[in-house]
Design a protein around this ligand. Sequence first.
Ligand code: SF4
Length: 351
Amino acid sequence: MTTPWSPTDFSAKVIEYYHAHGRKHLPWQGTQDPYKIWLSEIMLQQTQVTTVIPYFERFIESFPTVTDLAQATDDQVMQHWSGLGYYSRARNLHKAAQIIETEFSGVFPQDPETIETLPGIGRSTAGAIASFAFGQPTAILDGNVKRVLARSYAIEGWPGNGKVLKALWQRAETNTPQQETAAYNQAMMDLGAIVCTRSKPDCPDCPLSKHCLAYNSNSIEQYPGKKPKKARPSKSVYWLINIRQEKVLLHKRPPSGIWGGLWALPEVQQKEMSPDQIQQLDPFVHKFSHYDLQVQPLLLSSNADKALVEKNSHPSIMEPAQADWFSLNQLNEIGLPTPVSKLLVKLLEDS
Ligand code: SF4
């Protein structure tokens, strides 16, 4: 039977991998600027490196420092995040920048416990910032690291479960070395992203294969444990498309919830619409991580009743903070959810 890696041998192997194969040239690497490291860590949550790179570069070009971000408007920040998804990340980033500006005089805090008090920063992200920017020996535990540890040490159960998470954190803390922590943390992320991938881990080329419990017991697919299954919920909405003189009416979503702070089409109830004044466009489904949104777009006809147009020019069901009209060109300047943007660009081009 295979014996598990000792913490020192494990970390030595991981650091060796970093020096030989670790990623060292991504736009947020080779810097100790905590702002850039923080931004990259937030953008990389649930998002692939290749998707993040252009967003990161554009964001840094427009907001080169935490002070620039703190002073930006909500719309500017959301517009730079538009298409990247999980918009609460952008709202929290903006809020945290304002806190750093006002409560820490624009200087990023160094202590991981303090970093973790900022909006949108959990224990793992705080650990990553503290180790990459300030050279502290702090552990990390993002999705990639969870997978490598769960497989290497055959830690059973779904990581969303409190007990399993605790076991993973204990293992992460035990294995994180006091020296070269940044190299170790970077290599753990890389191993999870490149070698110990979710569906096709490259075990023969993995530096941890010799004592990896899952690999040596031929049970990789059991780790990490799957989330207990629940039926996937769905929600149906009607979106009203009101185009007048080549401009479309949009409502600003409330700051919290799905697409918070973005401009979107008004949500209406079809029974409010008289059938001869609307045209049903092709329905579609937008998939969120935890539910499906079934969308039925309704195009208000050009000869629609004036009162109906007027009524729908004002915040109604969603009660957003603002409602306004935008031309095709102006759509590039505001934050829009991707399905809204796709739908409107096509319609306005054809109008
Ligand atoms: S040997 Fe395979 S399962 Fe184990 S850590 Fe390496 S890639 Fe992952």
